[in-house]
Design a protein around this ligand. Sequence first.
Ligand code: ADP
Length: 496
Amino acid sequence: MSKRADLEQAFQALARDGRAVIDGQRRETPTTFEDISPATGTSIATVSQCSVSDVDDAVASSRRAYDSAWSTMSSADRKARLHKLADLITANAQELALLEAMDMGKPFSDAISIDVPGSSYILNFYAEAIDKVAGEIPVTDPGNTALVQRVPLGVIGAVIPWNYPLEMAIWKIAPALAAGNTVVVKPAEQSPLSALRLAELALEADLPPGVLNVVPGDGPTTGAAVGLHGDVDVLTFTGSTEIGKKFLEYSGQSNMKQVWLECGGKSPNLVFADASNLNEAAEFAARAIFFNQGEVCSANSRLLVERAIHDEFIALLQKEVAKISLGHPLDPATTMGPLVDATQASRVERYLGLGKQDGRLVTGGSRLSIDGSDCYVEPTIFTDLSSDAAVAREEIFGPVLSVIPFDSEAEAVALANNSIYGLAASVWTSNLDRAHRVAGLLHAGTVSVNTVDALGVTTPFGGFKQSGFGRDLSLHAMEKFTGLKTTWIRFATTQP
Ligand code: ADP
């Protein structure tokens, strides 16, 4: 049997339980929905559509777990259990990667080599951090001592997107749990299965019931119920800017919960003619937009290229595109899978039409049907765009690269910053002065020089402007899930 057939068989054998996990139990809900795989266009699970009252139960359970178990547990114990969960992710890597690939379309080869090990690594990082982050004793007047501690905030609501269902959940859950909070996760309706399996693994890792609840459902019902809940202390979200703004409203309409948003992007990649290796720059530029089907919030979807090298660079990019193999996510040869669902494919298809009107199509430009699924979109490049073209301004969240030529450094920087977003940016140059100068001028949470979209667990990730605020990853992520608490102690300086 081929490797693909083996993986398909392994996937068919999985339980694929779509029921919510609340208070340590699977829950049947009266309303359910079918989870359609973009690889086949057919249902792979029946999933709970959690109601407001299911969310109430989940939050109450997480509150109990916070008060009586998790926030009072010794740091050594909490750490051991999170490490155990990380080990269980590794032990169940194939299952999690299969769920991820079939649920949202990414190649299994990426899920098993990047998403799953990355999730386990990040969990271990925050587990280790539990007893490494200490408070402060500031300078105060004689007769006074002040203790400044970072304390957990309580119940965290985490609303997760579908592009990295497991990793995005872990980016939120790991620092939140390490800091001593409990979490209610609302996975995206397109891709709930890996988060639900994670909740089961958490119970196996001896996280007390309620420490990690997972409530699948749609955004307007279940997502809104989490965002509006009066007993959720912090809401952490990754998704579109449009929905991010809704969470700010939900907070104002309810209990003024803290809201942390990691939203959209239209990240620029600036390639100057003095880049030392254009082949490498083209290879990275292609990866920066086509990896994960372009469904990456920090994808470098705008390529600003110096006019003198424009044609040469486009030719190099075409060579890179020719190496991409579009196909079924479980086929080992696949390097780009289907988009997450037909709705997203239609959305991207609309942009393909707009790009053809406003610019010149270099390669791709079509939606395709493969294996009976019409969720595939070819890797596509448009050039000769003006910066006000829709494909050059709006987040497409698909494999579409918009190229804008520039003539000077100042123009490149102005074009790059002319966006409502400010998540990431990349710069290619061999001129050290220019690298520092341009990196300093770019409005982006992360600037990558002579690489693209660089990130790691030790560095903060997040944006400026309408890309949101608050940082995932690094020890800074724990700041979102803790509050600064000051305790003053006055004492006599002389013995009475
Ligand atoms: P995308 O555009 O990538 O699909 P969204 O911002 O629509 O991203 O979705 C990200 C997450 O927000 C998902 O879990 C989704 O269910 C949730 N969501 C969508 N709409 C709403 C809403 N009106 N209220 C609360 N949550 C929502």
